[in-house]
Design a protein around this ligand. Structure first.
Ligand code: NA7
Length: 442
């Protein structure tokens, strides 16, 4: 891509941006990197990612550990060979759940430290048959249109029935058929009320728990793996290849951190309140400072030297997840307050990039040099994002959507759950009405 579009001359590789300050007099962003390099630009597009700043567990002692350790978010490109090793994995989100079966195949022994059990569905990964490939490729434009017009950015038939109004046997058949599809959204989108009604949700949750009991031979282990503290889908469901069955291996042990919490990393391994475990390698699958972490890691200063980090101390505030009042000419791709992580990221990234490009062209054509959300428009959008979120079950989970995985992070539901189709319409309407809610100036 870089060569085809002759982009290399505009890219500086291996640099880290540490500061970006808006110079009001010049109407430009002054950007500084860790190596002291400086750049000046009228517009600043933050494409820093929603899950790019990793976090470790909040326990002391890692510097003492004599073995090797890895974070799933920074996996060595050359791969890791765990053959013959005693391995500990901390964390059972998507990354842990995908890594655990693979590590278990190599390791002499594997100990999994679980704080919260997650719902995981079979990925059914495998080669696609040529006919499926041909059919999809023949219909790319149509497929992509349906993705743009969907709720999660993934084409699905919208649900028409309520789970509670469907009889138990029909519901079980529907879940069973969707369990076999290898899809993240198939079960979640089976009925209209799964994300808004706890009782309806419980039918799907119990279906998955039933699967765990079927797969895992030891009933106590099965129960420890069964999520009961959050509704199905309110934490990102995981997709796995043989996750639950991995716990049938003699070499794999599950440690319930709710019963025996982590205390420290020692020279030899991991200590919980129960005992110490010795390892050759530890894998941290402990996730990310999601959505805001990469933005607040940079010292971003807007109008009057105001710090984005301080502005967002009580939670992120944006207009459309695209711009921030007080920070002219700053755009955030898939920022908090947009569908972002609650959608197929490609669809949402493309929409934001197109919208930003359209906005820049609009400004240039009219000789305008600055755009900034008004405080009123931002307040109204933040309220709308919260109100829509509150209609759903999402706020009930201690999820990274809520900032709950990072100690001290404010508890705010960060993405916009109005759906990518609705959201796109809102953004397009705003652009068509000469960017209502933004102040434009020359
Ligand atoms: P996640 O989904 O945030 O998972 C992180 C896991 O690590 C989760 O099980 C956490 O438990 C656990 N964790 C985090 N901190 C600790 C501490 N201090 N002690 C014990 N356990 C801890 O990150 P992933 O990388 O798996 O997935 C991120 C997204 O990437 C995923 O949702 C997909 O969208 C793709 P917790 O649940 O917080 O109790």
């Amino acid at each position: 891509m870089a060569d085809r579009f002759d982009l290399r001359r505009d890219i500086t590789f291996g640099t880290k941006v540490t500061r970006a300050a808006y110079d009001e007099a010049a109407g430009r962003w002054e950007v500084r990197t860790a190596t002291g390099e400086e750049a000046s630009a009228r517009f600043l597009v933050m494409a820093t990612g929603c899950l790019s700043v990793s976090k470790r567990p909040e326990v002391p002692g890692l510097e003492r550990f004599r073995g090797a350790w890895y974070h799933t978010g920074h996996w060595p490109h050359e791969g890791v060979d765990f053959t013959g090793q005693r391995v500990g994995v901390i964390g059972t989100g998507s990354s842990g759940i995908q890594a655990i079966p693979v590590i278990a195949e190599q390791a002499a022994s594997l100990t999994v430290f679980q704080r919260t059990p997650n719902f995981s569905l079979p990925a059914h990964n495998g080669p696609l048959d040529p006919e499926t490939q041909r059919a999809r490729k023949a219909n790319y434009p149509e497929y992509r249109r349906r993705a743009r017009e969907s709720g999660f950015g993934i084409p699905v038939e919208p649900a028409t029935a309520s789970a509670l109004e469907t009889d138990e046997e029909a519901r079980r058949r529907a879940y069973e058929e969707r369990w076999r599809r290898g899809s993240l959204t198939a079960i979640l989108t089976a009925y209209t009320d799964l994300l808004v009604n706890r009782e309806a949700n419980e039918t799907a949750a119990e279906f998955v728990r039933g699967k765990i009991r079927e797969i895992v031979r030891d009933p106590e282990v099965a129960e420890t793996l069964s999520p009961r503290d959050h509704p199905f889908g309110t934490k990102r469901p995981c997709l796995d290849s043989g996750y639950y069955a991995t716990f049938n291996r003699d070499t794999v042990t599950l440690v319930d951190l709710r019963k025996t919490p982590l205390v420290e990393i020692t020279a030899d391994g991991v200590r919980t309140t129960g005992r110490e475990y010795a390892f050759d390698s530890i894998v941290f699958a402990t996730g990310f400072d999601a959505m805001t972490g990469a933005l607040t890691a940079i010292d971003i200063r807007g109008r009057g030297g105001v710090s984005l980090r301080e502005e967002w101390a009580q939670g992120p505030r944006t207009y459309l997840g695209l711009g921030v009042a007080g920070f002219p000419n700053l755009f955030t791709v898939t920022g908090p307050g947009s569908p972002s992580v609650l959608s197929n990221m490609m669809v949402s990234i493309e929409q934001h990039v197109d919208w930003i490009a359209g906005c820049l062209a609009y400004l240039r054509e009219r000789g305008l040099t600055a755009i900034e959300p008004t405080a009123e428009a931002q307040d109204a959008w933040v309220r709308h994002v919260r109100e829509v979120g509150d209609l759903t079950l999402y706020p009930m989970a201690d999820s990274w959507y809520m900032g709950a995985n990072v100690p001290g992070k404010p508890r705010v539901f960060m993405p916009y759950i109005g759906g990518v189709s609705t959201y796109r319409q809102i953004c397009d309407d705003i652009a068509a009405k000469d960017y209502t809610g933004f102040t434009l100036s020359a």
